[in-house]
Design a binder for this molecule. Structure first.
Ligand code: NAD
Length: 260
């Protein structure tokens, strides 16, 4: 159903974004992939996406904290494939500290990437989508867009902002063929979470295995990680006609975390 559509997936060199890129590609979607990392590894992944799924993939090295680079990435999708049908704003970073100890540069970086980057992505893509009368914007929020946790002031502020901003875009695009929704993952085992597990293990003087078990037990009632592929399948569903009237919502995929 999605064959021949084209998508930008930010932060798709790792974790959830890479999972979403693979699921969209498996359904015939051409891709602009984006994110940081080793140039040879990124090129190998780009080729892998093309050969495994029979689609076209191009790479943008845009830094999502820079509005001009975000615009160039969206324009690259249009110049490569003639349109941008799907925008997945996924790139994100984390830093944890008590609010009074939060370094200014970490606050600024999290707001610039996790919140303003989403704004600039939609700012660049919406004119193209509105002109075509079709668009699917999928913002990767978090359970932390719905509730708080300690030590995550910047992240929680940014993710609540994404949930709210997505509602505004949903209202501004209602009836135009464009939808805008937020996926709110709980714990997904990616490098971003692995770092938090290792930090907790070092802080508490316990093994990484024990820290992993503690992390899940504390928040996620299923005690199981959600997977990047599950995020990808949900994103793909939101791109279908079945989801044409789903807009402005925030969908937790969190093993029951926010049901508590
Ligand atoms: P990850 O660290 O595995 O991947 C992050 C991706 O973003 C990488 O490709 C990285 O290169 C890219 N990136 C970071 N800064 C960038 C920048 N300035 N410009 C361009 N690309 C940049 O992390 P992940 O866990 O896959 O997280 C992806 C998204 O999911 C984030 O928005 C995160 O907040 C959200 N999320 C993750 C979890 C989880 O449990 N892993 C839970 C809820 C929400």
């Amino acid at each position: 159903m999605l064959k021949g559509l084209s998508a930008v997936v930010t932060g798709s060199t790792s974790g959830i974004g890479l999972g979403i890129a693979h699921v969209l590609a498996s359904k015939g979607v051409n891709l602009v992939i984006n994110g940081f990392g080793d140039a040879a590894a990124i090129e190998a992944e780009r080729v892998n996406l093309e050969t495994k799924h029979g689609i076209k993939a191009v790479y943008s090295g845009a830094d999502i904290s820079k509005p001009d680079e975000v615009k160039a990435m969206v324009d690259l999708c249009v110049s490569s494939f003639g349109k941008i049908d799907i925008l997945v704003n996924n790139a994100g970073i984390q830093y944890t500290a008590n609010l009074e100890d939060f370094p200014a540069e970490k606050w600024n970086a999290i707001i610039a990437i996790n919140l303003s980057g989403v704004f600039w992505g939609m700012h660049a893509a919406l004119p193209y989508m509105k002109e075509k009368g079709f668009g699917r914007i999928i913002n990767i929020g978090s359970v932390h867009g719905l509730i708080g946790s300690t030590h995550k002031a910047a992240y929680v502020a940014a993710k609540h902002g994404v949930v709210g901003m997505s509602k505004v875009v949903a209202l501004e695009t209602a009836g135009t063929g464009v939808t805008c929704n937020t996926i709110c993952p709980g714990w997904v085992h990616t490098p971003l979470v692995q770092k938090q597990i290792e930090d907790n293990a070092a802080r508490d003087g316990i093994s990484v295995e024990q820290a992993t078990e503690n992390l899940l037990s504390e928040k996620q009632p299923s005690k199981q990680f959600a997977t990047p592929e599950q995020m990808g399948e949900l994103a793909a569903f939101l791109c279908t006609d079945a989801a044409a009237q789903m807009t402005g919502i925030a969908i937790p995929v969190d093993g029951g975390w926010t049901a508590q």
